[in-house]
Write a protein that binds this ligand. Sequence first.
Ligand SMILES: *Cc1c(COP(=O)(O)O)cnc(C)c1O
Length: 362
Amino acid sequence: MTHRVHNFNAGPAALPLPVLELAQRDLLDYAGSGMSILEMSHRSTLYEQVHNQTIADLRELLECSEDYAILFMGGGGQSQFALLAMNLLAPDAHADYLDTGSWSVSAIREAQKIGAVRTLWSGADTHYDRVPMPHDYEVDGSAAYLHYTSNNTIAGTQFALPPESGDVPLVCDMSSDILSQPIDMSRFGLIYAGAQKNAGPAGVTIVIIRRDLLERCPSGLSATFNYAELASKNSLLNTPPVFAIYMVGLVAQYLLDQGGLEAMATRNAQKATLLYETIDRSDGFYRGCAQPHSRSLMNVTFRLPSEELEARFVAESIEADLIGLKGHRSVGGIRASIYNAVPLESVQALTTFMTDFRQRCE
Ligand SMILES: *Cc1c(COP(=O)(O)O)cnc(C)c1O
């Protein structure tokens, strides 16, 4: 029997077991072709079917109309920090950003290398323990776009609703919560997400862009960096990360089989509630890092009374097959990443361990 652990890794992260089993089944002989999907041309009919079905399934899951192009790119989420500005931030314009943590900081830093950027709000003063309320900032109607990070993977905060941006295109780094709940696509100008947290393996970034924005992409921009060029070639301008896209396709089919994003949202809320209740009912032994109204349903961050106890917690959790609970190196503490593919049973195993650990320490 294969040994599988309770996987709380932040990214790359857990994938649904049925998805891994399908990938294993198909590895040597994809659909009777006698080849792996890793070994065939990206121009072959078989691959094109995978590519287009993955786009169609993402469209269905996200209820995303044809007003938007769905692109697959390489370079990870962080490449989009620059590519976004290269495509949509004209030399005479400026872009507005909300700074809700390390990933926002990096997105701002990269965009500043391309053009003019304003930080409308920053949570740095309170260690990024919350996301802003609508009255905390004012979007400038002339901004090229408003950028925010929907889920802050490191701090453990999340926007419950997208920010209001009026007529300014809303741009979202959704790397760590895409496909975790239904979204109203019509609110967004552009969404990008590295796949490796909630949508598949590392290697592909999903970019969803409202087609009217494609007109802004400068024609002088290199073709493989240019959203408009990629959209016109259905992301088959050059060789796309074929295996990662195939895996995203398997994840999308799995999510559709499970009841889509409504069902995911219900399960994710159930998992997060269980974990936050365990924290809140521990008489202060466990302390959540995020303010309650900003708590992430994907990355649950908390502290113990001392760093020594945190180190012991991590060491003993590994003994109990609970993997990946050490907080990000920049902030310390404990972080449980409970993306779509982490089952309720894993969260139950964690809360049982937490209750037991606390009793042993007190
Ligand atoms: C992980 C992460 C990134 C970085 O993605 P890479 O693919 O490693 O470049 C960017 N933004 C958020 C919100 C993330 O969680």
